[in-house]
Design a protein around this ligand. Structure first.
Ligand SMILES: Cc1ncc(COP(=O)(O)O)c(C=O)c1O
Length: 389
């Protein structure tokens, strides 16, 4: 059994992919060719966002808006403590201080009440309100931005985060690397009212290319123009008229071509993902000790990952038992962000973010992709039941 079966998807659309790749080889515009523009228009139509700026990775998609906003030293950027490293890496790379916020014990997304406390703690330089990094105690940091993450495919609580950000003048960057194709309150992720949203087209993502890729979405035209400049070395009127610092952050035309072929079946794949999640949910509900994922009624998850919580101390044994039956599993994420060595200087203690810490010790991802069959879900669930018996 595959953890994510990209070959099954490729078998379905191989002819379309070959045709798209051949078109690029024929016209030869490998950098910012016509497929890039076509894809950006298609992604705008899909999400409802006004501007889409494709780029080289989901990591660059986070970095570029932060660069455009001039985020840097002295700025506090609020990030959840349970996420992939890029969410906290990019503000830190620009010299800002990541302020970690613990997550909700059910959705594992940033908890808005704790965000409110963390903002207050930074403003008052008072870690008795909420745990802060050392840097936030001996200097007055400016709260500038928040990067909520739509973890595992489910949108964060923007209905509560956006008003809070507005009250404090914070910029909101949605990390939708895992949630592309999902929705909340009837709106697609990447168009949920944030100042900008970043997604990833890493091969294993719900919409993945055959290499690295990403995109930024925004309704702000001025920001969109800045992002197009940053994407090409801070270009002005042309690429040799450099007016600001930027990146070589473009999406390859070939990757855009592959994504266009995948877009033809993407909406259907999101539906198939709901069906697979339903099969898992029905069976896991009856296995004592397992906590299946929980999706808010207002949300449709893109199901980038299907993660369950296991009884304390059972994970290594369960993973071994499943592996023995050729059932692959993974851990997202084995360490919360505030416990990473790279952030040791911030001085956080593991128990500062108790929910993220507990999740990192008990979470496990099961095989999940749109082409998983009901019998395979049955096999995984029986193996889990046996392993926990
Ligand atoms: C939550 C989150 N943010 C950002 C990224 C970075 O995306 P990429 O790998 O395309 O740079 C990822 C990718 O794994 C992610 O899961």
């Amino acid at each position: 059994m595959q953890f994510i079966d990209l070959a099954a998807q490729q078998a379905r659309i191989r002819t379309a992919i070959d045709t798209r790749i051949k078109a690029v080889l024929d016209h030869g515009h490998y950098i910012l060719g016509p497929e890039v523009k076509e894809l950006e228009e298609r992604l705008c139509a899909f999400t409802g966002a006004q501007h889409c700026i494709t780029c080289a990775s989901g990591t660059d998609a986070l970095l570029m808006p932060l660069m455009a906003w001039g985020i840097g030293k002295g700025d506090a950027v609020f990030v959840p403590s349970f996420t992939f490293f890029a969410t906290s890496e990019e503000p830190a790379l620009l010299g800002a201080t990541p302020i970690f916020v613990d997550v909700d014990p059910v959705t594992f997304n940033m908890q808005p009440d704790l965000l409110a406390k963390a903002i207050e703690a930074v403003l008052r330089q008072d870690s008795s309100i909420y745990p802060l990094p050392k840097a936030a105690l001996n200097q007055s940091l400016r709260p500038r931005a928040v990067i909520p993450v739509d973890l595992f495919g489910q949108a964060a609580e923007y209905e509560n985060i956006l008003p809070l950000a507005d009250k404090h003048g914070l910029l909101v960057l949605e990390d939708a690397a895992q949630s592309f194709g999902g929705s909340s309150h009837g709106h697609k992720t990447c168009a949920l009212g944030c100042h900008a949203a970043a997604t990833s087209f890493f091969p294993a993502k719900p919409l993945g290319c055959y290499g690295d890729g990403g995109a930024v979405f925004t309704d702000d035209e001025e920001l969109a123009n800045l992002l197009r400049s940053i994407r090409v070395h801070g270009k002005g009127s042309d690429k040799y008229d450099n007016v600001r610092l930027g990146l070589n952050g473009r999406l390859d035309t070939l990757q855009a071509a592959i994504l266009l072929a995948k877009m033809d079946i993407f909406a259907e794949e999101i539906e198939l993902r709901q069906r697979v999640a339903g099969w898992y949910g029905d069976r896991l509900d009856s296995i004592p000790g397992i906590v299946p994922p929980s999706i808010n009624v207002a949300n449709i998850s893109a199901w980038a990952q299907y993660c369950v919580i296991l009884p304390e101390g059972s994970r290594a044994h369960v993973m071994d038992r499943l592996k023995a039956q050729n059932i692959p599993t993974n851990i997202y994420y084995p360490k919360p962000q505030h416990c990473l060595k790279v952030f040791a200087d911030l001085g956080y203690k593991p128990e500062d973010m108790p929910t993220a810490l507990r999740a990192s010790q008990r979470i496990m991802a099961l095989p999940f992709h749109p082409y998983l069959e009901e019998s395979q879900v049955e096999t995984v669930c029986l193996a889990l039941q046996e392993a926990l018996a």
